[in-house]
Design a protein around this ligand. Structure first.
Ligand code: DOR
Ligand code: ZN
Length: 377
């Protein structure tokens, strides 16, 4: 008979005391299961139209809430637009889903401080996203001069306790693309914190040892970071392995192995400053596999499996739940989820693609086998 080894993560000492027993049971074909508080995705691109309908079941299956990015065409610049976008997300949800979209506003050079008050009053908008103009997909309307144009808005955000979510890369074409995150920290984030130490900032999708160190060096509770699965399991070789790999191309671009190792250490250290944000960013296949492909990795179907793999390989499964389910809501001042999900140590094959009305989407690790299978409790 196959035994089941259930590991409630709250009793993680039990888990570690039983490492040997676990290995023996697994060797005899036992099944390992982790029960964790249902995670949230603190950085998610859901898109709109038929692409929204195609991708939302994957996020809603794994996550209870998602911070929804506003870089649509046109961007979600006002509370009214965010409320309308939220409605269309709710409409696209599978029946009986309790997934809750948490909305964001797209900051521009002309965002009005009054908009921040409206956002807070709406109860639906949780944060404002800063895209430096030209940094990434649909960022053309983003900010060209943060200190010159946006200080009144940032000051209102401090008053409203509204976090600023940052795409942390400079856009100066003279700066090497692999250095853009570090230069952003030095030239924008450090001066910003000096000017507005009370502003809550999430440095999104960090990719470098510099960013991990910077976040750790800031005042607790004011600066945090999301980390994607791709930046934890891939390095920049994955862009070129056996030929150009467009489905591994995202922004910030994958970095060298030493940076990957540094962010793995940061998230598996147990620090409360790092939390789950997939940056799942679907694009129709032709828009990835063409002469000028879009940035974005579609990872919603595989993200939880990959995070579990990273924590397992680091010997830190006892810290997984805080990263996936506690640190994010604690930083945002929102309640932790009460529902649970199960992660089963069982091999499963990632689909090659997902078809939808306008084409198909290729998920991260398409056609490959992963070790952890998320499942409802
Ligand atoms: O790779 C990315 N894709 N990075 C971003 O910052 C945006 C995203 C998208 O919207 O496709
Ligand atoms: Zn993103």
């Amino acid at each position: 008979m196959i035994k089941t080894l259930v590991l409630p993560l709250k009793t993680s000492t039990l888990h570690f005391a039983n490492v040997q027993a676990r290995k023996q049971l697994m060797a005899r074909g036992a099944k390992m299961e982790l029960f964790i508080t249902q995670p949230d995705d603190w950085h998610l691109h859901l898109r709109d139209g038929d692409l929204l309908e195609a991708v939302i079941p994957h996020s809603a299956f794994h996550f209870r809430r998602g911070i929804v990015m506003p870089n649509l065409k046109p961007p979600v610049k006002t509370t009214a637009a965010a409320v309308a976008y939220r409605e269309s997300i709710l409409k696209a949800l599978p029946a009986n889903s309790d997934f809750t979209p948490l909305m964001t506003l797209y900051m521009t050079d002309t965002t009005n401080p009054e908009e921040i008050k409206l956002a807070r009053e709406s109860g639906f908008v949780q944060a404002v996203k800063l895209y430096p103009a030209g940094a990434t997909t649909n960022s053309q309307d983003g900010v060209t001069d943060l200190f010159g144009n946006c200080l009144p808005v940032l000051e209102e955000m401090v008053k409203q306790n509204m976090p600023l979510l940052v795409h942390g890369e400079v856009t100066d074409p003279g700066v090497d693309i692999f250095d853009r995150e570090k230069v952003f920290i030095d030239t924008v984030l450090i001066p910003l914190i000096q000017k507005l130490p009370q502003l809550k900032i999430v440095m999104e999708h960090i990719t470098t040892a510099d960013a991990a160190r910077f976040v750790e060096s800031c005042k607790a509770g004011f600066v945090a970071a999301t980390v994607t699965p791709q930046h934890l399991v891939l390095n920049r070789n994955s862009l070129f392995q056996g030929g150009l790999q467009p489905h591994n191309y995202c922004l910030p671009v994958l970095k060298r192995e030493t940076h990957r190792q540094a962010i793995v250490s940061a998230v598996t250290s147990g620090s409360k400053r790092f939390f789950l944000g997939t940056d799942s960013a679907p694009h129709e296949r032709q828009r990835k596999e063409c002469s000028c492909g879009c940035a974005g990795v579609y990872n919603a179907p595989v993200a939880l499996s990959l995070y579990a793999k990273v924590f397992e390989e680091a010997g830190a499964l006892d810290k997984l739940e805080a990263f996936t389910s506690f640190n994010g809501p604690d930083f945002y001042g929102l309640p932790r989820n009460t529902s649970k999900i199960k992660l089963i140590k069982r091999r499963w094959k990632v689909p090659e693609s997902f078809s939808y009305a306008s084409g198909e989407i290729i998920p991260m690790f398409a056609g490959e086998t992963l070790d952890w299978m998320p499942s409802p409790v």
